[in-house]
Write a protein that binds this ligand. Structure first.
Ligand SMILES: Cc1cc2nc3c(=O)[nH]c(=O)nc-3n(C[C@H](O)[C@H](O)[C@H](O)COP(=O)(O)OP(=O)(O)OC[C@H]3O[C@@H](n4cnc5c(N)ncnc54)[C@H](O)[C@@H]3O)c2cc1C
Length: 420
């Protein structure tokens, strides 16, 4: 990628989550003058509360071949990582139908190849931003462990085999070695898979703030406001006008839409019907337990991570279909706290709890590329379970496309038009 030194014009990035922040920095690196717009404070949305991992291994989509059989049982169980708010079932049904349609072995393999194309360069793109923003102190490269109970041995073997086909470094760790690596784990954790190339941030919110600080140092402007609509500029056909709820209009040559789980209706106005919904996720924080484990530990069957971070041990995960408006379900917090106690002795109660909205497509792939009606609008949303991981690479790709450069990864598999 060769950046021209000439100023390219004015770009507006809407949404100041980790995806919008990374996009804004990449646009600046390509000589755009950038305004970042959000109705909330930067980094305070879904990007605030995730499990902190750069999940470079995550080639497997959420819908896998066994899901038809597993999901009904999981939905009926009280102690389950998956839940649907009964009132939301009619709304989510078409999404679920598409989701199940993505779960055949051949679709899963094709999706994995597409995700792999983004995951392979994702840490290189992040390293550029870590160096630029002076954020290396917020990142650790100490790998992670997937835990398995004794009866889940076959799942470990299957996971290993699937990921080896994509050259994802991974190895089986037997019980005694696991206990030497993580002495706080009890015997329920019978074996593990080590993923040595997983990195983590000590604090996703602090990382967002560091990116914001660098953005402002480079001359970027953050504006608080809510985007309502995007129109072609009345006088200058090439330019856009972003109409805000305040009544104000912001003109720009390019607009990157990074509005996470709230992107569906905005894209609809631009002529793209995208089946975006939200997989709500939760976390609880055990403040006193930050030093208990050495690296992020995931119990896949339970759908959560236990991650050591700056504020303590964050237990984060689960999926709840319930839309953008319903209040959090306190049972989900209890589930996470119980889940962590399944493997660790935790003396205190969680000191804080959080719920956020993963922006999710049925095929677990983000939406990248130009909108149908206004090609000056570039989509960068729908990162689902891996938005922290993919923020830097998708920001780079959309900045390249907005600048008229050939994106360094082929965008075809991620276009909005795949849903027609
Ligand atoms: C429990 C949990 C654990 C997770 N763990 C991981 C993990 O370990 N690794 C990983 O890679 N990913 C993880 N994720 C996923 C990741 O957090 C998300 O994919 C990512 O944060 C999405 O970032 P975003 O910038 O698209 O969205 P957000 O952070 O939600 O940002 C979107 C922003 O857009 C703004 N906005 C929306 N509409 C408008 C509008 N009309 N006008 C102005 N502003 C608007 C919002 O205010 C918000 O600030 C996890 C998610 C959850 C819930």
């Amino acid at each position: 990628m060769i950046a021209s030194r000439q100023q390219r014009g004015h770009a507006l990035v809407v949404g100041a989550g980790v995806v919008g922040l990374a996009s804004a920095l990449w646009l600046q690196r390509l000589n755009w003058q950038v305004t970042l717009l959000d109705r909330q404070l930067p980094g305070s949305g879904t990007s605030f509360g995730n499990a902190c991992t750069f999940a470079t291994y995550a080639v497997e989509p959420v819908a896998t071949p066994g899901i038809w059989r597993q999901a009904p049982g999981m939905l009926l169980r009280r102690d389950s990582p998956l839940a649907i708010r009964p009132g939301y079932l009619p709304r989510i049904a078409p999404w679920l139908w598409r989701f199940l349609a993505c779960s055949s072995a051949s679709r899963v393999k094709a999706i994995s190849h597409d995700l792999h194309s983004l995951l392979k360069p994702c840490m290189g793109a992040w390293q550029t931003l870590f160096d630029d923003a002076g954020a290396n102190d917020l990142v650790r490269h100490d790998g992670s462990l997937y835990l398995f109970e004794a009866h889940e041995r076959q799942s470990a073997i299957d996971m290993l085999a699937y990921h080896q086909a994509f050259d994802v470094p991974m190895r089986l760790v037997p019980g005694p070695e696991l206990r030497a690596m993580e002495p706080a784990l009890n015997a329920r954790a019978a074996l593990a898979l080590e993923l040595p190339q997983v990195s983590r941030t000590l604090d996703p919110y602090a990382l967002s703030q560091r990116l914001l600080q660098r953005f402002v140092e480079r001359g970027g402007v953050f504006r608080r406001g809510e985007l309502l609509d995007i129109e072609r500029h009345a006088q200058h056909g090439e330019r856009l006008s972003a109409r805000l709820s305040s009544g104000e209009s912001l003109p720009a040559e390019r607009l990157l839409l990074c509005t996470g789980a709230w992107s569906r209706s905005l894209a609809q106005r631009l002529g793209d019907a995208i089946p975006l919904d939200t997989e709500r996720g939760y976390h609880v924080l055990f403040e006193q337990a930050g030093g208990l484990v050495n690296r992020p530990l995931c119990w896949g069957a339970g759908g959560f991570y236990m991650t050591p971070m700056a504020q303590g041990l964050r237990v984060a995960g689960t999926v709840e279909f319930g839309g953008l408006d319903a209040a959090p379900d306190p049972r989900r917090y209890r589930y996470l706290a119980r889940g962590a106690r399944r493997f660790l002795t935790l003396h205190h109660s969680p000191s804080s709890r959080w719920m956020g909205f993963r922006p999710s497509l049925p095929d677990s792939k983000p939406v990248l590329g130009q909108s149908r009606l206004l090609p000056q609008v570039h989509y960068n949303f729908g990162h689902g379970h891996v938005g922290l991981t993919l923020a830097a690479i998708t920001g780079q790709l959309m900045a390249e496309q907005a600048s008229g450069l050939t994106p360094s990864v082929a965008l075809q598999p991620f276009l909005a038009q795949r849903f027609r």
